[in-house]
Design a protein around this ligand. Structure first.
Ligand SMILES: [Zn+2]
Length: 314
């Protein structure tokens, strides 16, 4: 057991083009192409400052090619937030690529972020939460300290499978793929991966994306913002007692249709939720968990504390 209850809030900085790819939409995101870096990141920094919580940002390495993005990431690091690795190019089919390519995607993001910001990531999140034993082997090889990629949620799994099928029916091709169904039996608390990775073993430390005990309801940004503050607080109460609450958000969780995302709104219900409602939901959830005794940390800090309690192979 950890000496204290921890909550870590992380934000995947998937830029708008990735949402167009998920929905199989052609055309560019034009006006809002950089809305995550130009608008959402500063809003998250403001939210974090107001609520006095540190954040972990999962950065797509290729995005540091844009100078404005580098300015935003450096500012985030100066504010005490963690910069972590979300691969170099955010290929949704990363797990199906060659071992050399998987290693290059991880190492490439570490190098890109380090050169641009001076911070070398130690944590990893896979695009679309899809991992395999080969991905963990690559993480060990590149010296990562932890992964936060497993999402053992049956509702998410079913919805994603349905979305890919539905796009196919209307002649669109989604870039998403699903994990092995074994992931649905994975531990819902931090564990060291075994073989296969969804069983506990003595390998890399995995901090699964949060689901509720027993029902395994998703406790992530889109779920919370669609529930609104009152119901999101109730869902947060279902988690009290869990050692580490690993709350995963996306940059788009502090954007709405008025940020130039009208083209996405018909395909993605959370884009239709107003920014104010999203903001007040996150503030409410943070307040609920703080009142239950949770301390807020970055994922790399949580990983350090947990690593000491979960022995690795000698
Ligand atoms: Zn992503």
């Amino acid at each position: 057991m950890l000496p204290r209850r921890l909550c870590a809030i992380s934000i995947d900085l998937d830029e708008i083009r990735h949402y167009f790819a998920i929905h199989g939409l052609s055309g560019s995101a034009s006006a809002a192409a950089n809305a995550v870096y130009d608008r959402a990141l500063a809003r998250f920094d403001d939210l974090a400052a107001g609520e006095r919580v540190p954040l972990t940002y999962f950065v797509v390495g290729a995005d540091v090619a844009r100078p404005e993005n580098v300015v935003a990431l450096r500012r985030a690091a100066e504010h005490g937030h963690e910069l972590a690795n979300h691969t170099l190019d955010h290929f949704y089919d990363l797990s199906r690529r060659s071992q050399a390519e998987i290693v290059a995607q991880i190492e490439g993001a570490n190098t890109a972020v380090a050169e641009a910001t001076g911070v070398r990531p130690t944590g990893f999140r896979a695009p679309g939460y899809v991992v395999t034993d080969a991905v963990y082997a690559a993480l060990e090889q590149t010296g990562m300290a932890y992964s936060s990629s497993v999402f053992p949620c049956p509702y998410y799994y079913a919805a994603k499978t349905a979305l890919i099928g539905a796009k196919r029916l209307v002649g669109r091709v989604s870039s998403s793929i699903v994990s092995s169904p074994g992931v649905l039996a994975a531990p819902i608390v931090p564990y060291r991966v075994g073989q296969p990775y969804y069983r506990a073993g003595r390998g890399l430390l995995e901090l699964p994306i949060q689901v509720t005990p027993r029902l395994r309801l998703p406790f992530i940004g889109t779920t919370l913002t669609s529930l609104g503050a009152v119901l999101a607080r109730r869902l947060a109460r279902a988690l009290v007692g869990v050692e580490l609450i690993n709350l995963e958000l996306h940059g788009i969780d502090l954007l709405d249709a008025a940020d130039g995302l009208e083209a996405l709104a018909p395909h993605q219900p959370d884009v239709r939720v107003a920014l104010e409602r999203k903001w007040e939901t996150f503030v409410a959830v943070i307040a609920e968990l703080r009142s239950a005794g949770y301390g807020f940390v970055r994922l790399d800090e949580a990983a350090r504390e947990l690593a000491a309690h979960l022995p690795a192979a000698a």
